[in-house]
Design a protein around this ligand. Structure first.
Ligand SMILES: Cc1cc2nc3c(=O)[nH]c(=O)nc-3n(C[C@H](O)[C@H](O)[C@H](O)COP(=O)(O)OP(=O)(O)OC[C@H]3O[C@@H](n4cnc5c(N)ncnc54)[C@H](O)[C@@H]3O)c2cc1C
Length: 336
């Protein structure tokens, strides 16, 4: 679901989502024919600040494939699938990605770690395990869905504690899924990083759905009894303050030296002066909003890497995204 994050007063996340929804929507309109990977709709927000908002239901692989095709057509992309990176090392001015066997998978002067929760071991390998520099947490989520073979139970999607999508049609859904489905999701299980689809999680989705639409919850439970439910589980990656981490990775040793030398004036060192590892960037911790935020964040990061001025008028949003914010705050708190 591509929809705004509605809050009473604007927050960094709600402001980012406003930028992200508009951006992702324009990407969809430009690259994916409607009905073949996404569907424009509205969502009824039933929680605090109720209202109806423009939204879209999207099959992420359709959009990702369109981006890959476009980049490949430009000649600027080479891909390597099923190649797990276990080490990222800085050698002779290049970031070198290696697998478990130590085989070199790729090298470049600039690298972006964009592997969601998989960023943790890679970055801890560089910054040191237990440094607290990469405060990432896994949050498992399960989506419940079933074939839609009757009229939809509601005119449009609803959001409260989860999102109920009464109807979605797409011939490109997973090969063993029907092309017309309804869905309810997703559960939120902090600390879990497995992808097992569980009956108990379907029931948690039913309980959340009951608060929004009792008849739909009854239908979900009926499908469960008849063994007609489908499920999809994956792991979100969230940071400590639940905001994305996008930008240049901090250099912990140089940061320590800078703050030690500053002594009692350490509180005056701005976040922007945090030393960075040359050529190493991060784009992770997109939480439950990756579809909404991924392209906007990537575009923004590409601009910073190319030395373009930031289009963001508000500096606080840049600070809210900066991957160095956690170590910078911790260093300021240390006694001189
Ligand atoms: C159940 C569920 C429902 C969701 N619903 C929504 C929604 O409605 N709207 C929304 O906006 N977002 C939603 N999200 C969140 C969204 O899916 C994520 O925020 C988004 O996928 C994050 O994108 P990403 O590219 O950072 O990471 P991912 O999509 O997780 O991709 C990371 C990739 O890195 C690869 N990788 C990891 N480690 C390594 C390594 N060491 N070497 C090589 N490759 C590696 C992984 O295999 C994976 O392919 C949902 C998530 C879940 C789980």
């Amino acid at each position: 679901m591509l929809s705004p994050h509605v809050t009473r007063a604007p927050t960094p996340l709600s402001r980012l989502c406003t930028l992200g929804v508009a951006d992702a929507r324009s990407q969809l309109e430009r690259l994916v024919p409607q009905g073949h990977g996404w569907q424009a709709t509205e969502v009824d927000n039933l929680g605090h600040d109720p209202g109806r908002w423009p939204a879209a239901v999207v099959r992420p692989s359709a959009l990702v494939q369109a981006w890959l095709d476009e980049a490949r057509a430009s000649g600027g992309l080479s891909t390597r699938f099923d190649a797990g990176v276990t080490h990222l090392v800085h050698e002779h001015g290049q970031w070198v990605a290696k697998n478990t066997a130590g085989v070199r998978l790729g090298a470049a002067p600039a690298a972006v770690v964009a592997t969601a929760y998989g960023a943790l071991p890679l970055l801890e390998g560089i910054m040191g395990a237990g440094s607290g520099a990469v405060p990432l947490r896994p949050v498992k989520g399960q989506l419940t869905l079933a074939a839609l073979d009757a009229p939809p139970l509601a005119p449009r999607p609803m959001r409260n504690n989860g999102v109920f999508v009464p109807a979605y049609q797409d011939a490109g859904l997973a090969p063993d899924w029907p092309s017309r489905v309804w869905a309810m999701g997703s559960t939120y299980e902090r600390g879990r990083d497995d992808t097992m689809v569980e009956t108990a999680a379907h029931e948690r989705n039913a309980a959340s759905l009951e608060e929004m639409h009792a008849a739909a919850a009854a239908e979900l439970r009926r499908c469960a009894r008849e063994g007609r439910l489908l499920g999809w589980s994956q792991v979100r990656c969230a940071s400590q303050d639940r905001l994305p981490m996008v930008g240049a990775a901090p250099d912990l040793q140089a940061l320590h030296d800078l703050f030690s030398a500053a002594g009692a004036r350490r509180g005056r060192i701005p976040l922007s002066q945090t030393p960075r590892l040359p050529g190493l960037f991060m784009l992770t911790a997109l939480g439950s909003r990756g579809l909404t935020l991924a392209h906007w964040c990537a575009d923004w990061l590409a601009g910073r890497m190319s030395g373009e001025p930031s289009p963001l008028a508000e500096q606080d949003l840049e600070k809210a995204l900066d991957p160095a914010r956690f170590v910078w705050k911790a260093a300021r708190r240390q006694p001189a």
